[in-house]
Each structure stands twice: as structure tokens, then as C-alpha cells.
Design a protein around this ligand. Structure first.
Ligand code: XIL
Length: 341
């Protein structure tokens, strides 16, 4: 008898774990994706495939609130081609399958980046590196053709002082690696929108000036670039005053604009005042995006339990819209209001 009870409890526990725990508590107000749609805007989040697999409430919140997703790490070179010519598409495929079910678009992140790059790529000379780029881009973009509508083709090519970042790509191939990457991506999927994505280029500064020069030249040379992604990793110092003017000068080149990785880090521990301040900055990000008619606004995660800020920046955290228990923070309401909710 006692054994029977134990077995039943064990089975119930197993079912609970397999379904991924509890359902998400409904969030107040209209879902972000509904509000954004009325404004003609795609609204998205970075997602972590491993957590999505395990946690039902996390999955449900992604499906309910967002119209696009960006795999946070699963499409990076290190994960998708860890050994030369050996592709591991499984974890990214899982995210793509879930997004399809939730009727979400997918932003592919990222094809050519100096970071989260496997060691073997760094060791290649110019010819071999170019060959590796050709294979990588053709295979990855080809694999997701029709599913991934937008690619961050090149990520973070400019250094903070405005030089070309001395990545293995820049050192071996010079600035031309950027145009090459776009041409290869376009060849692999002529329908995908191709973006250059940059960090710390939100305001008018040496970095965004150089970025402006680079994309102007790409346009002039007929390179198939469709847009520029601005990451918008912010903190309580706020946004640069001229961020709207900066985004507008890029839009004036005939390029689409997207905000691709927004979050607002808070010095720990968070308190009411800091979270209200954070909410104001989130609101400015959304309003700025609407002002420049950006196509898409993606948050770099949506719960404080899964955010790279708390994982990588000591003393900082609480950077997202929802608590680690998926309860709304002031920032969530502020984003809803800025979207007209
Ligand atoms: C970060 C991820 O969020 C982390 O999980 C990972 O450990 C490192 O990369 N700019 C980018 C993103 O373009 O890919 C980075 O994502 C954050 C900065």
C-alpha cells in the first residue's frame, strides 16, 4: 500500500517535471505583441533553448508576449559549427519549431562575430578563413532558409574608439570581410533581410560615426544590406540624448532600423526607486523606436532569472521586464504604456 502511494507520487512528480512545472500567471493588460502589432512593430525577446525545454511558464510567456524571437546563443558559430564542417543545428531547430507554433518570426543571430567563435576559426590564415566563412554562411543560412527572416550577418565590427575591431576576420581579410559576409548571406537566402548589428553605437560617437561610414559605403557599393541593428544594452545612466537623431541618420540612408538587444541593468540590490528609473529608460527605448519607425524591438531576455547582465556584470542585474518569478516590474507596464496600452 505504502509502496503504491510512493509510486503514484513519483509518477505525478515525473509528469510535473516533464511538462515543465507550473503554468505562467497571466500578466496584466494586453500582451506586448498585440500592442506592438497595432503600431506596426515586431516585438521580440532573446530566448534560451535549454530553459524553454525545461520550463513551461517561460515558454508560455514567450509565446504570449512576443512576435519575434532571437536565439540567445544557439546560432552562434561556436555552438553551430564547433568543429570545422560539423554542424549542430538541433538546439536552434528546437527554438525555430517553437517559434513556428507560436506564429513568431525569427531573427538569426549571428553569422560573423569575433566572440563565441570556436578556436579552429581563429587559427586559419586568410584563404582558409575566407573558405570557412563561405561554408559557414552557406550552410547556416541555407539550413534556416524560409524560417529565419532576418540575419545579423556581422556583429560588432567596430571598436569603441571608432577603429575596425581587430577580430580575426578584420586582421586576415581587412574591412572587406563585411561586404563578403553580406554577399554570401544574400546568395544563400535572397529573401532574408540582412543586418549589421552593433553594440554601444546608440548615440552619436566615434563608434557610430565609423559604423555610419561603413554602412554608407556598403550601400554605395551595392552590397545587399537591409538594416542596422542597435543593441541598446543600457543601465541607469540612461540613453545618450542624441540616440533618436543617431538612429534617424542611419534610416536616412534608406536602411531599416531595429533595436535588437535592449535591457537596462540596475546596480544591485534593486529597490523601488531604481526600478521606476529603469521603467522610464525602457519607455524611452520604446518611444525612440516608434519615433524612428524601427521595424523591430527585441529585449535581451525578459526575466531577471535569465539575463546575461546578472551573469556577466558583477554588482549589476535586475535588467529585464519581469522578476525572476515572471511577475511584472514597473518596466513592463511602462513598455505597455509606450506601446499605447
Ligand atoms: C550574450 C549572451 O546573452 C550570453 O548568454 C553569452 O554568454 C554571451 O553573449 N552582444 C551580443 C549578444 O550580440 O550575442 C551577447 O549575448 C550580448 C552582447
Amino acid at each position: 500500500m505504502a509502496l503504491g502511494v510512493v509510486v503514484v507520487i513519483a509518477v505525478l512528480c515525473a509528469i510535473w517535471v516533464l511538462r515543465g512545472g507550473a503554468d505562467a500567471e497571466p500578466l496584466p493588460g494586453q500582451p506586448l505583441r498585440t500592442l506592438a502589432k497595432a503600431k506596426g512593430l515586431e516585438i521580440g525577446t532573446a530566448v534560451r533553448g535549454d530553459h524553454a525545454k525545461r520550463n513551461r511558464a517561460y515558454r508560455q510567456t514567450i509565446a504570449a508576449q512576443f512576435s519575434t524571437v532571437t536565439p540567445e546563443n544557439e546560432m552562434k558559430w561556436e555552438q553551430i559549427e564547433p568543429e570545422r564542417g560539423e554542424f549542430e543545428f538541433g538546439p536552434a531547430d528546437d527554438i525555430v519549431d517553437r517559434a513556428r507554433e507560436a506564429k513568431q518570426k525569427i531573427r538569426g543571430h549571428t553569422l560573423v562575430w569575433h566572440f563565441q567563435l570556436p578556436g579552429w576559426v581563429r587559427e586559419l590564415g586568410p584563404r582558409e578563413l575566407e573558405a570557412a566563412m563561405r561554408t559557414h554562411i552557406a550552410e547556416v543560412v541555407g539550413h534556416f532558409k524560409g524560417d529565419v527572416g532576418v540575419w545579423d550577418v556581422v556583429n560588432e565590427p567596430v571598436s569603441d574608439r571608432g577603429g575596425l575591431r581587430p577580430s580575426v576576420f578584420a586582421r586576415r581579410l581587412g574591412e572587406d570581410f563585411i561586404a563578403l559576409a553580406f554577399r554570401l548571406a544574400h546568395r544563400a537566402d535572397p529573401d532574408a533581410k540582412l543586418y549589421l548589428n552593433e553594440i554601444g553605437a546608440e548615440g552619436i560617437n566615434a563608434k557610430s560615426d565609423r559604423l555610419y561610414e561603413i554602412v554608407s559605403r556598403l550601400k554605395r557599393d551595392g552590397v545587399p544590406i537591409d538594416g542596422v541593428g542597435f543593441q541598446f544594452h543600457a543601465n541607469l545612466d540612461g540613453l545618450p540624448d542624441d540616440h533618436v537623431a543617431n538612429l534617424q541618420r542611419f534610416a536616412a540612408l534608406g536602411l531599416d532600423i531595429a533595436i535588437t538587444e535592449a535591457d537596462v541593468g540596475v546596480p544591485l540590490p534593486p529597490d523601488g526607486q531604481k526600478l521606476d528609473h529603469q521603467a522610464q529608460i525602457y519607455e524611452q527605448i520604446v518611444r525612440g523606436c516608434l519615433t524612428v519607425t524601427c521595424r523591430s524591438l527585441t529585449f535581451w531576455g525578459f526575466t531577471d532569472s535569465r539575463s546575461w547582465i546578472s551573469e556577466t556584470q558583477p554588482g549589476m542585474g535586475a535588467a529585464t521586464l519581469l522578476t525572476d518569478k515572471l511577475a511584472p516590474k514597473p518596466a513592463f507596464g511602462a513598455v505597455q504604456r509606450a506601446l499605447g496600452g
